[in-house]
Design a protein around this ligand. Structure first.
Ligand code: ARG
Length: 470
């Protein structure tokens, strides 16, 4: 007698008696989602509690049965939170794991919980509850990120920074204006997620496997218990819709686009070529070989992680596109995509918020000096003439000429004498020097949404009032 003599427990009989043999072990492994959908456990318990209460309300369960089931489910919650509930691969998924443990805990009463329900509407319910909670948290993280941008911007209204198009110096900006561009993007992200939430917060519970159920259930009641705004009005759609997951992945991808663009700018700004910011020690790393280096790992990782969120969006779209109604096992693939998207977006928002809060210092002297040493005031010379009646296109041509001769002479526009200006065009007067000073160049762009200091102060006020909105 060898190890064979060790008694193995009878494998749990999940399927109806139609099945004669258990799954091949490798197929069981392949089929199982318990390794990742355990994350849905508390949502599964919430959904089951609501379902049990609904069954009791319509008289399918007695009050005693409902009490027994609900207290069994809460026991499982306690076990899970204490780290004592660790279902293995033989459970297939979180829904079976809970059901089996419930039956172990409360006996035959537990076998009634699955009346008028299928794992198809169950998993849809769980995923929506999960996503609802996560979206609420991500929206709070966006608010914290916006608050940090707001704080930084408030300190830098009058700090100037070169503005670029095509990564060529274009026109100088208030640094606050540049930072607030990201505040506005984040505002749209926050609103977009709020919109996604409307379509996440719909109950599929009670759609059954696909066609509804023969029992006199009250779907509106279980939906209300779970805080859903509405119920799916078509059972086939209810069990097989993952639009809400795709919408979330899309909104998350857009958030990542914004974080990645900011990351790219910070990486450039921290380089020796730009020298616009210095990175703090708590948010950067060194090189194992080059002692002089300080690397912008945080923004690089954010930029790098952006790709996986796009990948998940693509994966979900392709997963859905060929599915006949209603549930297909392909849908099990939604979970890892969603879980990883949540973890990535949330981790990146947190890291970028910390980076902006304590890991980055703008070199204001260097920035203010940078804008004084280029030709980014050239448009203002053209505007100066245009304001004095010279047609803009003509002024533009003249200024192009003076930029060319100044470049050749190694001069900046501010270095030209009044005679030189007047030789170019008699409309130039001594006030040209004020008109092309960087602070004046910025200040003058006072059109709505522009970088003029007045506009930037108004933008800060707008930002503050947005932050106060729930
Ligand atoms: N683990 C499954 C999933 O994630 C649960 C639903 C299973 N339903 C079924 N009919 N096999 O999608």
């Amino acid at each position: 007698m060898g190890s064979q003599s060790v008694e193995q427990p009878e494998p749990q009989q999940t399927w109806s008696q139609r099945f004669e043999s258990a799954l091949h072990p490798a197929i069981a492994q392949f089929n199982a989602s318990i390794g990742f959908d355990i994350q849905l456990l508390e949502c599964d318990l919430d959904g089951s509690v609501a379902h049990a209460k609904m069954l009791a309300k319509v008289g399918i369960l007695s009050e005693a049965e409902r009490e027994q089931i609900v207290s069994g489910l809460e026991t499982i919650r306690g076990e899970y939170r204490r780290g004592e509930f660790n279902p293995g691969i033989d459970e297939e998924d979180v829904h079976f794991a809970v059901e089996h443990r419930l039956i172990e805990l409360v006996g035959d009463g537990g076998k009634k919980l699955h009346t008028a329900r299928s794992r198809n509407d169950q998993v849809g319910t769980d995923l929506r509850l999960y996503l609802r909670g996560q979206i609420e948290q991500i929206r709070e993280q966006i608010r914290a990120f916006q608050q940090t941008i707001f704080n930084l911007a408030s300190q830098h209204v009058e700090t100037l920074i070169p503005g670029y198009t095509h990564l060529q110096r274009a026109q100088p900006l208030s640094l606050a204006h540049h930072l607030l561009a990201y505040f506005e993007m984040a505002q749209r992200d926050w609103e977009r997620l709020g919109d996604v939430l409307k379509r996440v917060n719909i109950s599929p519970l009670g759609c059954g496997a696909l066609a509804g159920t023969t029992f006199p259930i009250d779907r509106a009641y279980s939906a209300k218990l779970l805080g859903f705004e509405e119920i799916y009005h078509n059972s086939l759609d209810g069990v097989s819709d993952r639009d809400f997951a795709i919408e979330f992945a899309s909104a998350a991808s857009i958030i990542m686009v914004h974080l990645s663009r900011l990351s790219e700018e910070i990486i450039l700004w921290a380089s020796e070529e730009f020298r616009f910011v210095t990175l703090g020690d708590t948010c950067s790393t060194g090189s194992s070989i080059m002692p002089q280096k300080k690397n912008p790992d945080v923004p690089e990782l954010v930029r790098g992680k952006t790709g996986r969120t796009f990948g998940h969006l693509q994966g979900l779209l392709v997963m859905m596109k060929g599915l006949p109604l209603a549930y297909n096992k392909d849908l099990q693939e939604d979970k890892e995509a969603i879980f990883d998207t949540v973890a990535t977006v949330s981790g990146c928002l947190q890291a970028m918020t910390i980076l902006l809060e304590e890991g980055i210092t703008f070199r204001t002297n260097r920035l203010n000096q940078a804008v004084a040493e280029d030709f980014s005031n050239a448009t203002d010379v053209a505007d100066y003439l245009a304001a004095k009646g010279v047609p803009f296109r003509e002024a533009y041509g003249l200024v192009g000429k003076v930029v060319k001769t100044s470049l050749a002479a190694g001069k900046l526009l501010k270095d030209l004498s009044l005679e030189e200006w007047q030789a170019l065009h008699p409309k130039f007067e001594a006030d040209i020097y004020d008109a092309i000073a960087p602070a004046q160049v910025v200040s003058a762009r006072n059109s709505a949404g522009g970088t003029g200091f007045k506009q930037v102060r108004a933008a800060l006020e707008r930002a503050q009032s947005l932050l106060l909105k729930p």
